[in-house]
Write a protein that binds this ligand. Structure first.
Ligand code: UDX
Ligand code: ADP
Length: 459
């Protein structure tokens, strides 16, 4: 099928950047990204590209170059579905918060709604592409809905998981390690492969069956997260033995079989994918009675929760076993640098723990608003909205967050944190002035020479 029009349902962290790059590299294809969220679509259409709903280095430039030419953002979902030959499903698949599989399984209601929407509206044959991360065999559910519409419209279903990481999304999309396409129909696979072929070398476009493709995405995220939990487990041992986790990571990473990436010990991984996908993997394994497999992967999450908790506990015990009424300055709230995304950010859980101990928290993050921080905390339902807003406040500058603070907690590895005037910060903090570097971004001896009591992860 010759593709001239693409529709993408879901204008989020995956759909937005992916489609912007596809449109940019395929000027002959009209790409329309649709979403039920009017405010989000309005933000994507904002003439000032610095107001886009998501922050990603390089994204605003690509959107500005392509928007209005062959890239469009709209809430007219039915129209975009009907006119397109290829439809990407790029909606969120959060962990279920109710019913069977609560807290473990992926909630597929948004995906199912999309499939039903397509089934209702489509009058011509379509290729449906699963872009959202989905449990193995979801394509079967989508297919069953689409095959039972009573019309003679034909649907081909492909799995095309997205491997971009936030903060480097545009670079990852422009230079992917691989593009993975799973499907049955050779024609449909070729149609999608030719779209990526506009900029991705053919040998990097991998074609598999649908189930391998779906499972590869979950497995890739599980392996990546496992590396972080592995090095974080070693970080705790380093703290007891005077080994330095960054030196250990470097030493093992030089073994070409291990490799140097994804070995940065931290306060714990966050983001919308790792925890959700591993829980999902665990749930699927248990549903097949594969308890040894499930227990194995679950440990990655257990260790990550432990890492977040022990960071907060260490802060409290160092501050003479009480943070009640003390001001703690947080640097960073996003789950990693160069994004405004806060989903599952370690900062949320560390803050929640400190708030239970009645701390006052002032937060500076270059890209996250006070509103977002409040909604992240309110979502946990630990205390009332009023209490959260009284105890936690975002500040406009880092110096405001740290002035008069008993301790600094570095939660995100934003580059700018390294360049602050740390002498000034020291002079304005309560003494002893403590730094808890949850990302190991500052120089220990430099900070100690300034007078700080500095502690980091695994050192
Ligand atoms: C991840 C996968 O990398 C990506 O391929 C997939 O498509 C989506 O999930 P993302 O969550 O956006 O991407 O970011 P990633 O760079 O993987 O970081 C995830 C978390 O792990 C962050 O909180 C990050 O700070 C943390 N991390 C990462 C570490 O603590 N140490 C590391 O060495 C690497
Ligand atoms: P991701 O990180 O997977 O991209 P996001 O939450 O950032 O997840 O984006 C998913 C988007 O999908 C949201 O903007 C949401 O409004 C949109 N969405 C969810 N369900 C539907 C639907 N049935 N039709 C259109 N858009 C939807």
């Amino acid at each position: 099928m010759k593709i001239t029009k693409i529709c993408c349902i879901g204008a989020g962290y995956v759909g937005g950047p992916t489609m912007a790059v596809i449109a940019n590299k395929n000027p002959h294809i009209k790409v329309t990204i649709v979403d039920i969220n009017q405010a989000r679509i309005d933000a994507w259409n904002d003439p000032d590209a610095s107001n886009l709903p998501i922050y990603e280095p390089g994204l605003a430039e690509i959107v500005e170059e392509t928007r209005g030419k062959n890239l469009f953002f709209s809430t007219e979902i039915d129209k975009a579905i009907d006119e397109s030959e290829m439809i990407f499903i790029s909606v969120n698949t959060p962990t279920k918060t109710y019913g069977k599989g609560k807290g473990m399984a992926a909630d597929l209601k948004y995906v199912e709604l999309c499939a039903r929407n397509i089934a209702d509206v489509a009058t011509t044959d379509k290729i449906i592409v699963e872009k959202s991360t989905l449990p193995v065999r979801t394509a079967q559910a989508i297919k069953s809905i689409l095959d039972n519409t009573g019309s003679d419209v034909k649907f081909d279903i492909l799995s095309n998981p997205e491997f971009l990481a936030e903060g480097t999304a545009i670079q990852d999309l422009l230079n992917p390690d691989r593009v993975l396409i799973g499907g049955e129909s050779e024609d449909a696979i070729e149609s999608l492969a030719s779209i990526y072929g506009s900029w991705v070398p053919e040998h990097q476009i991998l074609k598999t069956n649908v189930w391998s493709s779906e499972l590869s995405k979950l497995t890739a995220n599980a392996f990546l997260a496992q590396r972080i939990s592995s090095i974080n487990a070693i970080s705790e041992l380093c703290e007891k033995t005077e080994a330095n986790v960054d030196e250990v990571a470097k030493a093992i990473g030089m073994d070409s079989r291990i490799g140097p990436k994804f070995l940065k010990s931290s306060v714990g991984f966050g983001g919308s994918c790792f925890q959700k996908d591993i829980l999902n993997l665990v749930y699927i394994a248990r549903s097949y009675n594969l308890h040894a497999v499930a227990d194995y992967w679950e440990q990655v999450i257990i260790l990550n929760d432990h890492q977040k908790r022990r960071f907060a506990d260490h802060l409290i015990s160092t501050l003479y076993n009480t943070v009640s009424g003390k001001k703690i300055g947080f640097l960073g709230w996003a789950f990693k640098k160069d994004t405004n995304d806060t989903r599952e950010s370690a900062a949320i859980y560390v803050a929640d723990h400190l708030l239970n101990e009645q701390a006052n928290i002032a937060v500076y993050d270059p890209k996250v608003s006070n509103e977002k921080m409040q909604s992240d905390l309110n979502h946990l339902n630990t205390r009332t909205e009023e209490e959260n807003s009284k105890l936690v406040q975002a500040t406009k500058t880092p110096y405001e967050a740290l002035k008069g603070a008993h301790a600094v907690a570095i939660m995100t590895e934003w580059d700018e944190f390294k360049t602050y005037d740390w002498k000034k910060i020291y002079s304005e903090m309560k003494k002893p002035a403590f730094i808890f570097d949850g990302r190991n971004i500052l120089d220990k001896s430099e900070m100690e020479n300034m007078g700080f009591e500095y502690s980091s992860i695994g050192q």
